[in-house]
Ligand binder design. Structure first.
Ligand code: AMP
Length: 282
């Protein structure tokens, strides 16, 4: 496995590789890697000649300093996992490699309403930071395929929009299914920060989504949302931010009458001081 730290070095190397006609798959991450990330690596390996994984905790997408400060970092473990899963190239940039002109000097594209609902409403500026870092990483790597997880459903929609609006990247987005622990909890780097008890409370999120999926179209969407919200509010240490049943394409809230639209159920909640999100296609 090759490991690059400097932007110029990876750009030089990838130029040679691309001139040989090799297909590149790219998996951007913020590290603290788990099997969810590894599923993206596996998918990329199955569809490309070379797979590149970046590990960079991007400060511009955090809207709480504490969340950024406490974001888990485990570079040695990450490298071992990537090597074990036969990732070809790791990119471990510093701030200067991603933001040579500072974080304030990138022109942010306007991506419309998709950036301001749900996660966008609860985490102001979050998707600006995501669009900014993904755009800059794509400038460096210029992959054929970009692999992202359905776990961050809205993020994938925002990045798809970014690719459509900017048109400067010749990259296709591939969204991969959410990987879960055996008991249903969606894998997340933030799970490490949960105590054993909080982890049990956090199971409420996936349980709520599974309940909605099993009862979808048997009750109205309003009843489903009300029922699971009530259950979630009873869980100690859990502070619910939202439960939504929305269109898969635009994340517009759906009432039961709009049965023709493909739907997704999404949830966000704090468990202690850890913010978790999850979703399920209906
Ligand atoms: P992160 O390191 O949290 O920024 O995630 C990097 C990529 O891994 C994103 O595209 C996430 O959507 C994806 N990802 C995170 N958790 C999971 C999971 N449980 N299953 C599948 N993909 C995931």
């Amino acid at each position: 496995m090759l490991c690059y730290k400097r932007r110029e070095d990876i750009v030089r190397f990838l130029k040679i590789v691309k001139a040989q006609g090799k297909k590149l798959g790219f998996v951007p991450t913020m590290g603290a890697l788990h099997d969810g990330h590894m599923s993206l690596i596996a998918k990329s390996k199955s569809e490309n000649d070379l797979t590149i994984c970046s590990v960079f905790v991007n400060p511009t997408q955090f809207n709480h300093q504490e969340d950024f400060d406490k974001y888990p970092i485990s570079t040695t473990d990450d490298l071992l996992k990537l090597n074990h899963n036969a990732c070809d190239i790791v990119f471990l940039p510093e701030m200067i490699d991603i933001y040579p002109n500072g974080t304030k000097n990138t022109k942010l594209p306007s991506l419309g309403k998709i950036t301001s609902v749900l996660e966008g409403a609860h985490r102001p500026g979050h998707f600006d930071g995501v669009a900014q870092v993904v755009g800059l990483l794509l400038d460096i790597v210029q992959p054929d395929h970009l692999y992202m997880g359905q776990k961050d459903y809205q993020q994938a929609l925002v990045v798809q929009k970014l690719l459509e609006v900017e048109k400067r990247h010749n990259t296709a987005l591939v969204v991969c299914p959410t990987q879960r622990e055996a008991d249903g909890l969606a894998m997340s780097s933030r799970n490490i920060r949960l105590s054993e008890e909080q982890r049990t409370h956090a199971l409420g999120l996936s349980k709520a989504l599974f309940y909605i999926k099993s009862n979808y179209k048997l009750c109205s969407n309003e009843q489903l949302i009300e029922h699971v919200s009530q259950l979630l509010r009873e869980i100690p240490e859990l502070k619910l931010e939202y439960v939504s049943i929305a269109s898969q394409a635009q994340l517009e809230p759906l009432t039961s009458s709009e049965t023709h639209e493909a739907a997704v159920a999404l949830v966000a909640a704090w468990v202690g001081n850890v913010r978790l999100i999850d979703n399920i296609l209906l």
